[in-house]
Design a protein around this ligand. Structure first.
Ligand code: ADP
Ligand code: MG
Length: 243
């Protein structure tokens, strides 16, 4: 197949060096053929009733599966969540016993964090993934802080303000984090997000940290932010004629 016309057909625009081929074909088989994505993940997608990848999933999942930094712009409702959740579980492989957080998803609201958690829980069904959603703590939880921080989770989903607080309070240890996702980054841009991002990045000290940033649009503020911490990233833009 002619990749260029395929990308045009799906309104996928890719920029970067050696951007991986999009997912082609009708179903999820490509994930298995190209990256040996495990059956349980694909089975769960089928169980959701999701028969085909969406355009942004076709364009952006290969970038993250290839372990590259990704800047993803696609409209609301286009399926951006799976583009990072599936590669994340694929790379983590199996729940770990002692390592602590290996992936962090940062999103604008507690409600969104809950939705991402729900999708991740369903996608990871069949493995005993330990996922923590960190939202505004209740007093009871504050009292139990010591207890909670001892637990070893694989994935953390939270908001920037809450995460920065947790870092400052030494409530979380992000030194084993390999995957940092900034979801819906356009909605995070005000409210001191640049500074929060700096603190979060400073806490993620693992040398092999991969980053993904998703956004409904890629305004210059997002591009500027991405430039400060992305390395040899691929940029995937969907749904714009010549954006
Ligand atoms: P975005 O983050 O781009 O706004 P979401 O990831 O929240 O979009 O997905 C939007 C909706 O599409 C959700 O209800 C999700 O369950 C559904 N969805 C995602 N991927 C697929 C797919 N491949 N096939 C069918 N539905 C999908
Ligand atoms: Mg989203």
């Amino acid at each position: 197949a002619n990749v260029a016309s395929y990308l045009r057909h799906h309104k996928i625009k890719q920029t970067g060096t050696d951007v991986p081929m999009p997912l082609v074909g009708s179903a999820w088989q490509n994930l298995k053929e190209r990256w040996r994505v495990e059956d349980y993940l694909i089975d769960n997608l089928v169980r959701f009733g999701w028969r085909h990848p969406t355009a942004v999933q076709r364009g952006a999942m290969p970038v993250m599966l290839d372990n590259r930094d990704a800047l993803v712009g696609a409209p609301t409702g286009s399926g951006k969540t799976l583009t990072y959740l599936l590669p994340l579980l694929h790379h983590l492989g199996a729940p770990a016993k002692k390592e602590g957080y290996r992936a962090v998803v940062v999103c604008p609201t507690n409600e969104l964090a809950t939705q991402i958690h729900e999708q991740l829980r369903r996608l990871g069904d069949g493995r005993k993934w330990k996922i923590n959603v960190l939202t505004k703590p209740t007093q009871a939880e504050k009292n139990q802080k010591q207890e909670a921080s001892k637990k070893k989770y694989d994935v953390l989903i939270t908001t920037p303000l809450r995460l920065v607080h947790a870092i400052e309070e030494e409530e979380v240890d992000l030194s084993a984090v390999r995957y940092l996702v900034l979801d819906e980054a356009d909605r995070l841009l005000d409210e001191g997000f640049l500074q929060q991002t700096d603190s979060i990045l400073a806490a993620c000290t693992h040398p092999q940290l991969r980053k993904a940033l998703t956004s409904a649009t890629l305004p210059s503020g997002i591009e500027e932010l991405a430039k400060t911490f992305m390395v040899d990233e691929c940029r995937i833009l969907v749904g714009k004629k010549d954006g």
